[in-house]
Design a protein around this ligand. Structure first.
Ligand code: SF4
Length: 382
């Protein structure tokens, strides 16, 4: 039986009723209520509530970007256990682009509509600070918006960017400020993984810690650099730890606004030490992916967008997720390498026409955006 509520959709789980009423009247969920959302078996009502929140924010629009993923190196010394992408400098399968290689790569993937270059790569133990500034500036000079560098990389840069003759690292703010001066327009939000120290110690012990990640994003927002925020889920984290992650992001967004979208990243179960240790061979389930996206849309009431990352959860599920709180389907991407190194079985890129059709077939209006959500074109269904 369904429950009497102000919600314009049926609710079977009575525990959801007061939360739905609260959310639909503009209230904010508590941690306890967030756990109720995570634990409900009433997925249709959870999705409908998230969809109502999404509609309030963006109406019938769903956003995408014409983008290119640049992973200029897979050399990395950090050793995150979930990562099948990293290589040591002399290991088989390694690549490492110098600047001329990068210009060639971008030239090969160039397209008149390409606006955003999203950089995701390893922490290289030898590259100097100037390389990153020149890379950012060079792409900017070629007319692209550079959305680049995770908070973990900013932490790494702060250690390699020491002014000559000093032993003191640059502050996060100084690193970001220099990158902004060289054209950086936004940050992709990677490296967040799960903030809970229990998990972080097991999956990303050598990476910047949660406080450091949040401090970098606070500094970026204060400098006027908008960012995204990711969360890696579907491995050893608990639902409480997922919710704790979201709550810390919500708090930072209250204190120093600047997040554009929240991007849940589903654990990929191949070719990485964590998958082997857990004996995990299955992808996250569609139910868990949708539940996660819907809870995020309801909890992160101060985030403009929740992103469905089709590379990791498939285009088909992202299409469904447009009715579960998602308002952004990422982009054309063209050459994704990181998730695919850990087992992603989707294509490495998608033509813009397919993205448009994916959105239209879900009953939404595709809006092409740039890296910072300026609207470039609208494609209503014919
Ligand atoms: S996730 Fe990033 S920082 Fe961690 S090992 Fe892989 S490339 Fe390195």
């Amino acid at each position: 039986m369904t429950v009497a509520t102000a919600a314009p959709f049926p609710i079977r789980d009575t525990a959801l009723e007061p939360i739905a009423d609260k959310v639909l009247s503009g209230g904010r969920v508590t941690f306890e209520e967030g756990m109720t959302l995570f634990n409900t078996r009433d997925l249709p009502a959870l999705m409908a509530l998230a969809d109502a929140v999404r509609a309030e924010k963006v109406g019938g629009n769903a956003y995408y970007v014409h983008s290119l993923r640049l992973s200029q190196t897979n050399v990395c010394y950090v050793g995150c256990t979930f990562c099948g992408f990293q290589r040591k400098m002399d290991e088989e399968g390694v690549w490492d682009m110098d600047l001329s290689d990068v210009w060639d790569y971008v030239g090969r993937h160039s397209h008149p509509d390409l606006t955003e270059i999203h950089i995701s790569s390893g922490h290289h133990p030898k590259r100097g600070w100037d390389y990153y500034l020149d890379l950012t500036q060079g792409l900017t000079d070629r007319g692209y918006q550079v959305k680049a560098w995770t908070a973990a990389e900013i932490h790494h840069f702060s250690r390699i960017a020491r002014p000559k003759g000093t032993t003191k690292p640059l502050s996060y703010r100084e690193v970001l400020s220099q990158l902004k001066d060289h054209g950086l327009v936004a940050m992709p939000g990677g490296g967040a993984e799960i903030f809970a120290e229990r998990v972080r110690q097991k999956i990303a012990a050598a990476k910047v810690n949660a406080d450091g990640w949040l401090e970098v994003h606070r500094a970026a927002h204060e400098l006027g650099i908008p960012t995204n925020a990711t969360m890696l889920y579907g491995h050893i984290e608990t639902l409480q730890e997922r919710l704790d992650h979201m709550m810390r992001l919500r708090q930072l967004q209250d204190e120093a606004p600047g997040f554009m979208s929240f991007v849940p990243l589903a654990f990929q179960p191949d070719n990485n030490p964590l998958a082997r240790e857990l004996n995990k061979t299955e992808f996250t389930t569609g139910v868990d992916d949708l539940r996660n996206l819907a809870v995020a849309r309801i909890v992160l009431d101060n985030f403009p967008h929740i992103k469905g990352y089709w590379i990791m959860i498939t285009p088909e599920l992202v299409q469904v997720s447009l009715s579960a709180g998602v308002s952004d389907v990422d982009g054309t991407i063209k050459d994704e390498r990181i998730a695919h190194a850990s087992g992603a079985d989707t294509d490495t890129g998608m033509p813009e026409s397919d993205l448009i059709r994916l959105i239209q077939d879900a009953g939404r209006t595709p809006v092409k955006r740039d890296a910072i959500y300026n609207e470039l074109a609208v494609h209503p269904a014919a």
